[in-house]
Ligand binder design. Structure first.
Ligand code: NAD
Length: 282
């Protein structure tokens, strides 16, 4: 079994982005700039934003933060997004989710100018992806595809099964695999006999949010398994631990290649955000 080292792949991508940013600067161009909009004081969101801003700095990408109080109205948030859309120094815009309940996240996301949509979550970006046209790809599935390119190889004709149909991961992942000519099945909470569906996969992507859902007998011997899940569980000794949607130890015995959690898909997500921000500046 090949362990898919997402940490190393992400470090390589980040180094590549950093080198390209340095080349831009050397050519007299300004640094790419990411604007992050953060509403309210959800502690996890603050950590994510801090990590993204730090990763930008390490790659030489400039960033600006627009923070709003948790009481901000949807109109307040939309006004910030519109101002960033119009700001020529800003290449990419990211609205950190979740938003407080008084703000309709779908409407706020849809207001981001498609050419600054580095999270790839606007309906325009989703439409471009569905059409197989160039556009921004959501960072997590973009990272999964890069791992598949490195560790699986040619996807044409492969049986691919994606478990999960979220706008953030499952749907764009399925579209990416289809654009690479895989035969794609999207499974979800209503799928009948999920183990049997999963077993036909040469490439199995689990993006569910259920610890250890994918068991050994769900996996075809030799399959490439990408575990997107990030689940915090409490172990018997009371400590907290992150696990994926795949029962790692069992599946490692049958899979041809497998991502660990942590250290698989997770690190690729931020690296792809930097990559998208660089592309937005080009
Ligand atoms: P989501 O809750 O929006 O979607 C989950 C999907 O799983 C839904 O489409 C649902 O139909 C399906 N589902 C739920 N229970 C199921 C079951 N028992 N069998 C089959 N399908 C089932 O979640 P999401 O945003 O797509 O995230 C999925 C997981 O990936 C979560 O654990 C999340 O934390 C993780 N995630 C990781 C990264 C990363 O950077 N690695 C990024 C985003 C999400």
């Amino acid at each position: 079994m090949k362990l898919i080292d997402g940490k190393a792949a992400a470090a390589a991508l980040r180094a590549e982005v950093k080198a390209k940013v340095a080349a831009r600067l050397a050519a007299g161009q300004r640094a790419p700039c990411l604007a992050v909009v953060l509403v309210g004081d959800d502690p996890a969101s603050h950590v994510y934003v801090r990590n993204k801003v730090k990763a930008c700095a390490e790659a030489g990408i400039a960033s600006i933060e627009r923070r709003l109080q948790g009481t901000a109205t949807e109109a307040d948030v939309l006004a910030v997004v519109h101002a960033l859309n119009a700001d020529r120094r800003v290449d990419g815009i990211l609205v950190q989710l979740p938003l407080p309940p008084q703000c309709d996240a779908a409407r706020v996301i849809a207001a981001i100018a498609p050419d600054k949509d580095v999270d790839g979550l606007t309906p325009v970006s989703a439409g471009r992806l569905a059409h197989g046209a160039p556009g921004f790809i959501p960072c997590t599935p973009a990272g999964c595809l890069k791992l598949l390119d490195s560790f699986h190889g040619d996807l044409a004709g492969a049986e691919a099964v994606v478990i999960g149909r979220s706008v953030l991961v499952g749907r764009p992942m399925a579209a990416l695999l289809l654009n690479r000519s895989a035969t794609v099945t999207v499974a979800h909470s209503k799928t009948r006999d999920l183990p049997q569906v999963a077993r036909r996969a040469d490439v199995l992507v689990a993006a569910v949010g259920q610890p250890g859902l994918v068991r050994r007998d769900w996996v075809k011997p030799g399959a490439t398994v990408i575990d997107v899940g990030i689940n915090r569980v409490t172990t018997l000794d009371g400590s907290a631990r992150l696990v994926g949607d795949v029962a790692f130890d069992e599946v490692a015995e049958v899979a041809g290649a497998l991502t660990p959690v942590p250290g698989g898909v997770g690190p690729m997500t931020i690296a792809c955000l930097l990559d998208n921000t660089l592309a937005a500046a080009a």
